[in-house]
Design a protein. Sequence first.
Length: 79
Amino acid sequence: MSFEFRYFRAFEVKSGSDALVDLLDWMVTAQSLYPNSVATMRQWFGEILQYFEHRTTSGVVEVLQALGHTTWQTLATEK
């Protein structure tokens, strides 16, 4: 099983507990190759695992926040 295959397999699991095992395994292997990515994953690990429980993200909201408040008001008032 290749390094990349194990990483992407985490997104195909059925439960958060299965994802937990796969992601932790990946993080141990990836630490020496991608230390910044692993550090970011550690910081947001709880939020990352929530994806596997609910299969939703806050990505749309985060994009709108990045675009700025004025853009959000424009989108909200367009007909």
